[in-house]
Design a protein around this ligand. Sequence first.
Ligand SMILES: [Zn+2]
Length: 62
Amino acid sequence: MARLAVACRRCGTRIVVDDAEPLPANFPFCTERCRLIDLGRWFDEEWRVAREIREQDIEQTD
Ligand SMILES: [Zn+2]
C-alpha cells in the first residue's frame, strides 16, 4: 500500500491518496468547491471560444 501526496489543482492543498483505495470523488482537487471553481473556469473559456467560432461561421455562410 503506497501513499501519494498530490497538490490540489486549484489551491495547492496537499491531498494524500492511498493506491489501494479508489481515488476521492473530487480528485485531483481537495474539495468539491475547488473542483467546481476550476470547472466553471473551463466552461467560461469554452463559451468565449464557441461564441467567436459562431460569429465567423455566420460571416462565411452569408
Ligand atoms: Zn483545493
